[in-house]
Structures are given as structure tokens and as C-alpha cells.
Design a protein around this ligand. Structure first.
Ligand code: PHE
Ligand code: FE
Length: 290
């Protein structure tokens, strides 16, 4: 499967695609064969989880923190069936096991049906601190807890439907940026200051503190066109994060038909990832107590 088929967005990068795509169903789903996780995988999962839980406490958004510790993740690699029982009762979402990155339309189709594709394999020990593509830890730890939030859950489904509807290369590029700057790298303003809801940050050991406390990146108030026109980096910490007020804002501002938005920005140039515009609303970093 050529890497060029993949957008490098619904996960991470467009280098050689990893994963075993031989035994999948037509919708790219596979069966989780729990016996394939060796004891050292289980141990690595538990260490990844313990480290990340310490980092996200007081930095992740409350909707995430409310759920992440209740899923049994401390005991080892999660079982899809077990998580699905609880997730289905909460929001009607399900997780489905996949070999790795998916073609865009396949990915959109799953989201539109309230199915979140979760990579079935766990990173190697050599990737303990950094991994380029999504693995089972990134997906279960970073993405799944927020699927328990009703408003965020509806946003994810709307995104999938929007992807199916959008045709033409330009729209897909804009939609990919929206996903990147919200689902993967979004920040949210709370009464206690900036917090993280993006899965790419939440599952990263280095970026959690950086995203809300480093003076280096820009933190800019969310706007649809602003986000859609902004390029992003896939192999370094982000130079810009976009800040929402709450998930309600995200849902409402993405609800209108994007067709005129795509048309309006089609002729305009894109902004480099580190751009600040005069009309941007900038947020200060939060002090890091630890
Ligand atoms: N409202 C968008 C459209 O008309 C669909 C969408 C919703 C896309 C939410 C992304 C996120 O295309
Ligand atoms: Fe992801």
C-alpha cells in the first residue's frame, strides 16, 4: 500500500505505512488478538500509562480527566470489547481495531457511523518517548476518553460526515487542518486556565507541559477560516495552538455548511504554522508549577 494514499493527518505522517493490512475486512477493521501482546508489551503499556497520567493531571481538560482513570488502563493493554460496553452506554460510540492509518474516505465513513478506528499494535521500546504514527496507546489514551463527552462525540461524528461530503483536494486539505488543530492539538480555556483536549498532545510525554506553558508557541483564539488556512508541522512540537472556549463552540462553529467557506479560502494563500495576524486573539502561557 503506497504511503502516498494517506493524508498523514488521521494519525501522523506519510512515511512508510506500518501495520499488517493482510487480514483486514473491507472496512479496514481487524480482530484484536489479545494473545499477541507479550508480557513486555503489557509492561510497556503500564509504564506509558503511569508516566502520562502524571503529566496530564492538572493539564488536561476536565472532561478528559473525569474519564481517563476509569477505563481500567492501569492493568494493561485495553480490550476493545470491554471499553465498548462502557463507551456504547455513554455516547453510542464504539472503537474498532485497525492495522494503522486509513484512507481518508474509510476514516470519515467510520466516524460518520460513530466508530473510532484504534490502531491495534503497541509501539516498540525504542519508541517509548517518541513515535511518529498513532499506536494503540495514542488512540486509547488520547482519543477515547473524550468520546465519552456527548458534545465532543457529536463533533467527531459531524466531522466524519463533513469529510464524506467534501470533495475536491482543497476541501480535504482544509478539513485535515481542522482535525489537526482541534482533535489532535486543541487547547481549551477553562476557569483554571488553558487546558489540553488534543489527543496528539495528551499522549505525548514532551508536548503536554510545552503546549500550555512554554513561551515558544503561539496560542490563538479559534476561528474556522483561520484554522483552515494554517499549515502545520508533523514532526516537531507545534508552533501554534488554537484555543476554544468549550466543546459547544467547536460544535456550533463547525455546524454550518462549509461549502461557502471552502470557496472563500480556495483562492487565498495559506499561513505558515508560526504566523500571527493582527486580528488574532493571543493567550498567555500558564505558569507551570511542576
Ligand atoms: N459543517 C461542515 C460541512 O458542511 C461539516 C463539518 C462539521 C466538518 C464538523 C467538520 C467538522 O461541511
Ligand atoms: Fe490521533
Amino acid at each position: 500500500m503506497p504511503a502516498a494514499d494517506f493524508p498523514g493527518t488521521y494519525g501522523a505522517s506519510a512515511h512508510n505505512v506500518r501495520g499488517d493490512y493482510r487480514d483486514m475486512r473491507p472496512d479496514y477493521t481487524v480482530v484484536q488478538d489479545y494473545g499477541t501482546y507479550a508480557e513486555d508489551d503489557q509492561d510497556r503499556w503500564r509504564r506509558l500509562y503511569a508516566r502520562q497520567m502524571r503529566l496530564v493531571a492538572e493539564r488536561a481538560c476536565p472532561e478528559f480527566l473525569k474519564v481517563v482513570g476509569t477505563l481500567g488502563y492501569e492493568s494493561g493493554v485495553p480490550r476493545f470489547d470491554e471499553v465498548n460496553g462502557r463507551l456504547g452506554r455513554a455516547t453510542g460510540w464504539q472503537v474498532v481495531a485497525v492495522p494503522g492509518l486509513l484512507p481518508e474516505q474509510t476514516f470519515f465513513g467510520h466516524l460518520a457511523e460513530r466508530r473510532f478506528p484504534v490502531t491495534v499494535w503497541l509501539r516498540d521500546e525504542s519508541e517509548f518517548d517518541y513515535i511518529v504514527e498513532p499506536d494503540i496507546f495514542h488512540d486509547f489514551f488520547g482519543h477515547v476518553p473524550l468520546l465519552f463527552d456527548p458534545v465532543f462525540a457529536d463533533y467527531m461524528q459531524a466531522y466524519g460526515r463533513g469529510g464524506l461530503k467534501a470533495d475536491g483536494l482543497h476541501a480535504l486539505e482544509y478539513l485535515a487542518r481542522l482535525y489537526w488543530y482541534t482533535v489532535e492539538f486543541g487547547l481549551v480555556r477553562t476557569g483554571a486556565g488553558l487546558r489540553i483536549y488534543g489527543a496528539g498532545i495528551l499522549s505525548s510525554p514532551g508536548e503536554v507541559a510545552y503546549a500550555i506553558s512554554s513561551p515558544a508557541p503561539h496560542r490563538i483564539g479559534f476561528g474556522i477560516e483561520r484554522v483552515m488556512r494554517t499549515r502545520y508541522k508533523i514532526d516537531t512540537f507545534q508552533q501554534t495552538y488554537f484555543v476554544i472556549e468549550d466543546f459547544g463552540q467547536l460544535f456550533r462553529e463547525t455546524a454550518p455548511d462549509f461549502t461557502p467557506v471552502y470557496a472563500a479560502i480556495a483562492g487565498q494563500e495559506s499561513f505558515p504554522a508560526d504566523t500571527v495576524l493582527p486580528q488574532d486573539k493571543l493567550f498567555a502561557p500558564v505558569e507551570d508549577s511542576r
